[in-house]
Design a protein. Structure first.
Length: 242
C-alpha cells in the first residue's frame, strides 16, 4: 500500500509540475491545485512522512485531519472542472454552487467534530490502528462518503461521454474517469461493509490509491485528446492545454 501511495504522490506531483507553465497566463490553476492537494494528501499518508509531520503537533494524529482536508479539496476541485468540461450544470451546481460548497464545508466540519472526540494516543496514518473505534470509523466514513457522493454525480455523465463518437481518445479518457469514480463509490460501500468484515480497511485504502491512478490516467488521456482534436467539449475548461 505504501508503494501505491508513493506512486500516486509521484504522479500527482508530476501532473502539477506540468501545469506550472500555464499559471502565468491564468490557466491550469485549478488542475495544478488539485494535483498539488492530491500529492499532499497521499504524501502525508506515507508512514515516514506522517510520523515526522505529526511530531510537530501537540495533538496526536492531527496530521490525518490535514491529509483529509487536502483530499477533499483535490477531489472537489477536480470534479468541478470535469463538470465544466462536460457542460453539466447539475453536477456543477452540486459541487461548485452554493449547495455543493455547503456540503463540502459540512462534511469537513463533521469530520472535525468527530476527530475532536477520538482517543488515538499513537500516530497512525488514516487512524488505521483505531479503525474498530466507532468514532474513528464514523470520522473516516464522513470523508469516504463525500468522495463517493462526488463520484456518483459524475459516473452517468462520464459514461454517456465515453459512448460519444468519434473522438476515441476522449472516449478512453471518460471511461477511465468513470472507472475511477465508480471505485470511489465502491469504496464508500465497503466502508459500511467494514462494520462487519475484518481486514476490509486495508483493502479500501488500496482501492483509494487505484482510484487516484485511474482518475489521473483519465486526465492524461483528456490532454492527449486536446492535442489531437482541435475542437473539444473541454476546450473552455481549465483542463485545457496551456
Amino acid at each position: 500500500m505504501e508503494i501505491l501511495f508513493f506512486v500516486v504522490v509521484l504522479v500527482s506531483a508530476t501532473l502539477s509540475l506540468t501545469r506550472i507553465g500555464g499559471l502565468a497566463r491564468s490557466i491550469n490553476q485549478s488542475i495544478f491545485l488539485s494535483g498539488l492537494c492530491a500529492a499532499v494528501a497521499f504524501g502525508l499518508m506515507l508512514p515516514v512522512v506522517y510520523e515526522f509531520v505529526d511530531g510537530l503537533f501537540l495533538r496526536t494524529n492531527f496530521t490525518d485531519l490535514f491529509a483529509k482536508l487536502a483530499l477533499l479539496l483535490a477531489i472537489n476541485i477536480l470534479v468541478c472542472e470535469i463538470a465544466r468540461a462536460l457542460r453539466n450544470p447539475r453536477v456543477l451546481r452540486l459541487t461548485a454552487g452554493i449547495s455543493g460548497k455547503t456540503i463540502l464545508v459540512l462534511t469537513f466540519v463533521l469530520a472535525l467534530i468527530l476527530f475532536a472526540f477520538t482517543d488515538t494516543p499513537e500516530a497512525s496514518p488514516g487512524l488505521g490502528a483505531y479503525i474498530d473505534d466507532p468514532l474513528v470509523r464514523a470520522y473516516n466514513f464522513a470523508i469516504v462518503a463525500y468522495i463517493g457522493y462526488l463520484g456518483a454525480l459524475l459516473i452517468g455523465p462520464l459514461l454517456r461521454d465515453a459512448r460519444t463518437p468519434p473522438q476515441k481518445i476522449r472516449q478512453v479518457a471518460s471511461a477511465l474517469l468513470a472507472a475511477g469514480f465508480s471505485l470511489a463509490v465502491v469504496r464508500a460501500v465497503l466502508m459500511v461493509a467494514g462494520l462487519a468484515i475484518d481486514g476490509l480497511y486495508d483493502f479500501g485504502q488500496i482501492l483509494s490509491g487505484i482510484t487516484a491512478l485511474l482518475v489521473i490516467s483519465g486526465l492524461v488521456s483528456a490532454w492527449m485528446a486536446l492535442r489531437k482534436y482541435n475542437t473539444s467539449r473541454i476546450r473552455q475548461s481549465t483542463l485545457r492545454i496551456g
